[in-house]
Design a protein around this ligand. Structure first.
Ligand SMILES: *[C@@H]1O[C@H](CO)[C@@H](O)[C@H](O)[C@H]1NC(C)=O
Ligand SMILES: *[C@@H]1O[C@H](CO)[C@@H](O)[C@H](O)[C@H]1NC(C)=O
Ligand SMILES: *[C@@H]1O[C@H](CO)[C@@H](O)[C@H](O)[C@H]1NC(C)=O
Ligand SMILES: *[C@@H]1O[C@H](CO)[C@@H](O)[C@H](O)[C@H]1NC(C)=O
Ligand SMILES: *[C@@H]1O[C@H](CO)[C@@H](O)[C@H](O)[C@H]1NC(C)=O
Ligand SMILES: CC(=O)N[C@H]1CO[C@H](CO)[C@@H](O)[C@@H]1O
Length: 499
């Protein structure tokens, strides 16, 4: 399953789903960008978070890691940007487009790690029973409690009492959904939200994912990918070993785990704005009669497993059963959220599929059962009842989507009152493209306009985002209960014009 967001932070922020998580946790970007200012800060802070927000009798706490970056903050009245970390270890505050926004608005950036991921695990063993407090609902409550804690912490730092700064929340992919949901459930705690590629609609059979991969690929590349899928399905019947070894994936005993890796490998090129790295050689090979399988295997080995940094074990159900917390537990943890709350099963559509038809609903349900045991299944309907899906009844939430991103069909793609939605259209516009730049992979801080087919598409939406943030901060009247206390709110408009 392609994870949602896991490329590192940007990634982190972005990778969503299939791989949503995986990559981020590997810090591969950090290796790529060694020497550059990839993180604004990696200095850890800790907060004692409530384990179960919904129990009146369980008062246990766990340590939640967070980061703060105050270099651009105009004390004591500047806004506070809450950057939500999603389904992977959160190793710092990544220096992406949010830092440009923070500078512009003289904002502080704070970023708590998502419960259970990275170092914020409440348990030493991640068995199914211990995972029962892992949900988006608990995570949203964590954010609310953290927000109150941090406001007080900042007040103490500046010798203020009951002051309230204006807050704004940000997230990409799954954390983009959390960003939208936070504004929905706790509107009094934030002036607005940016949900970049926010997957607010839980989907059971997510066939639209594969369909978008096909559409993004275009007819020639799509038919080459389909031919490859057909050949591999046939070869698996006769000699699975050699075909798996061609892709460097001999470890995967389960054929469908292997097929899922191959499907994700193709999806990621579109998800992260790098379609040509996949499609150009395939279309050439088709024209000049080169073996398609060889060419695709080279892409998977060198790009997906190589420079992109995904590990084969991510797809190995044996690995997913490992209950020891650590950097690599993100794979298991995200699957738990998939299997219990949001599904997003990236199954093959009946017609015209790019991925193998063996990647079906049963494969996903069997995986859930194999990895977590009987009784864990995604109650997608409840999730959408709780949040509203694309009918989310919130306000002051910006939705952005990249035109090539297979995940966009789980986001809100139509504007409605107080909920502007923007589609960023270009050849390289993938997941979280507004915050990560264009293309998103290889990662370039703020993007590399030179490698983007239509950088204006990204820039224009960024201008819209700035206008919304500016307006909503200026309309925000967060004040404490005590009206005698000074209201520290400062108009963002003034902040912008003064800088
Ligand atoms: C968290 O709780 C522990 C144990 O009660 C305590 O020692 C520590 O100071 C607390 N940390 C914070 C940041 O409140
Ligand atoms: C807060 O008050 C303490 C004690 O009065 C003082 O030492 C400190 O400098 C003050 N801090 C700020 C930021 O004003
Ligand atoms: C998902 O697809 C499976 C297999 O085609 C089908 O049996 C099931 O009813 C579908 N579920 C939903 C909720 O659409
Ligand atoms: C055919 O295309 C492939 C993929 O781009 C390339 O590696 C190969 O060298 C080409 N072969 C010929 C004979 O042009
Ligand atoms: C299946 O897909 C093809 C190609 O996209 C399309 O022409 C055809 O109408 C589709 N058939 C059905 C039954 O949807
Ligand atoms: C606001 C916006 O651009 N929405 C578009 C998002 O994508 C869908 C599907 O392509 C379009 O129908 C919307 O108009």
């Amino acid at each position: 399953m392609a994870t949602l967001s896991n490329f590192s932070s940007f990634l982190l922020i972005f990778l969503c789903f299939s791989l949503l998580w995986t990559v981020e946790s590997r810090d591969f970007v950090v290796n790529q960008l060694r020497g550059s200012n990839y993180y604004l800060t990696k200095e850890e802070h800790w907060f004692n978070q409530t384990l179960d927000h919904f129990s009146p009798t369980d008062h246990r706490k766990f340590g939640q890691r967070f980061y703060e970056f105050l270099d651009y903050y105009q004390a004591p009245k500047g806004p506070i940007f809450l950057k939500i970390c999603g389904e992977s270890a959160c190793n710092g505050i990544v220096n992406d487009y949010l830092s440009v926004l923070a500078k512009k608005f003289s904002a502080a950036i704070v970023s708590p790690e998502h419960r259970y991921y990275g170092k914020s695990s409440p348990f030493k063993e991640l068995n199914t029973k211990n995972l029962r407090f892992l949900s988006s609902k608990q995570a949203l409550f964590d954010l609310a409690v953290f927000r109150q804690y941090y406001q007080e912490y900042l007040n103490e730092k500046y010798n203020l009492s009951k002051a309230e700064n204006p807050w704004f929340v940000f997230g990409v992919s799954y954390s983009g959904a959390l960003s939208a949901w936070f504004r929905l459930k706790f509107p009094h705690l934030t002036c607005g939200s940016l949900a970049s590629s926010g997957v607010v609609l839980a989907i059971y059979n997510f066939t639209g994912f594969d369909q978008q991969v096909g559409d993004s690929a275009g007819p020639e590349c799509k038919s080459a990918l389909q031919e490859i899928t057909y050949i591999i399905d046939e070869q698996l019947k006769v000699d699975g070993k050699s075909v798996k070894s061609l892709f460097g994936a001999s470890k995967l005993k389960n054929d469908v785990d292997f097929l899922f890796l191959l499907a994700d490998a193709a999806a990621i090129a579109f998800q992260y704005g790098n379609p040509d790295v996949l499609c150009s050689p395939l279309v050439d090979a088709k024209k000049n009669g080169t073996d398609l399988l060889e060419v695709y295997a080279k892409y998977v080995r060198e790009y997906y497993l190589g420079s992109f940094g995904v590990s084969v074990q991510t797809y190995d159900q044996q690995h997913l059963k490992n209950t020891t917390p650590g950097e690599n537990s993100a794979d298991r943890l995200w699957w738990f959220q998939v299997c219990s709350e949001v599904a997003y099963f990236q199954v093959a559509p009946e017609n015209d599929t790019v991925r193998s038809p063996r990647i079906d609903t049963s494969y996903n349900l069997d995986l859930c059962k194999n990895v977590f045991g009987e009784g864990v299944y995604p109650d997608v309907e409840m999730t959408n009842i709780y949040y509203g899906g694309t009918r989310i009844a919130g306000s002051k939430i910006i939705f952005t989507n990249g035109s090539q991103d297979p995940w966009r069909h789980a986001s809100k793609q139509k504007s409605s009152k107080d909920l502007p939605s923007y589609l960023i259209k270009c050849h390289n516009c993938g997941h979280g493209t507004d915050l990560r730049g264009c293309p998103q992979s290889p990662l370039n801080i703020e993007g590399d306009a030179g490698k983007c087919t239509y950088p204006d598409a990204v820039q224009k939406v960024r201008q819209q985002i700035i206008q919304h943030i500016d307006l909503w901060l200026s309309q925000c009247q967060i004040s404490g209960d005590n009206d005698d206390e000074p209201n520290l709110f400062l108009s963002a408009q003034r902040m912008i014009s003064s800088s």
